[in-house]
Design a protein around this ligand. Sequence first.
Ligand SMILES: Cc1cc2nc3c(=O)[nH]c(=O)nc-3n(C[C@H](O)[C@H](O)[C@H](O)COP(=O)(O)O)c2cc1C
Length: 219
Amino acid sequence: MNVDEALKARVSIRAFKPDAVSEAQVRDILDVARYAPSGGNLQPWKVIAVAGDARQEVLDIAKANLPGHIGERFIYPADLWEPYRSRRFKVGEDMYALLGVPRDNKMGRLQQFARNYEFFGAPVGLFIVIDERMGYGQWAHLGMFMQSIALAATERGLATCMQEAWATLRTPLKAHFGLEEQEMIYCAIALGYADMSAPVNALRSDRAPVDEIATFKGF
Ligand SMILES: Cc1cc2nc3c(=O)[nH]c(=O)nc-3n(C[C@H](O)[C@H](O)[C@H](O)COP(=O)(O)O)c2cc1C
């Protein structure tokens, strides 16, 4: 698989097979993802990988603490504006349409959302940790690292879903993992083998064409 193929093949997977992923496989992925670039080569990322009992412990923490609390680092800006508002709306509607859960079935939608806190059945969860003294630049660099993890996983036949949903559980997870005072969990990544028989995994999100996102000058 080349890089272009991996970029297009990586999609968010929201139903996984129970098949185990070994520590060696996770280490192998992180061993290449760590080559992601970061300003000043700060490498402002840390990872906590959970599987087995350690995975079950965080699932239990989720059950005991949901819905949790996002704090002041909101996932989206308030009153999202166009074109972002419509993009967010559409991907959500497309996903629930595949699942056959209409808008007025609030409980059905909530139940699907709650699957986040089971890693959608993935056997491995990766928690991405940053030092909260870092600025927006370093948060962007975290994204490079996370996409590198996703692409490396894709090349190895594994699938991922980024999960900022876990951010609402930052506080109890920080205590659970015994993080240092300034460390915080940004996001999780579910990692495992895709269950392609699950309807939700047929979701393919739109992308704006190049001419909508780029301006070319001086060519
Ligand atoms: C940082 C980040 C956090 C995300 N958090 C969640 C999440 O909590 N739950 C979820 O189902 N999808 C989550 N997503 C997946 C996005 O919805 C998805 O990437 C987007 O709709 C594009 O679809 P694709 O990943 O299939 O290309 C997240 C994506 C990113 C990059």
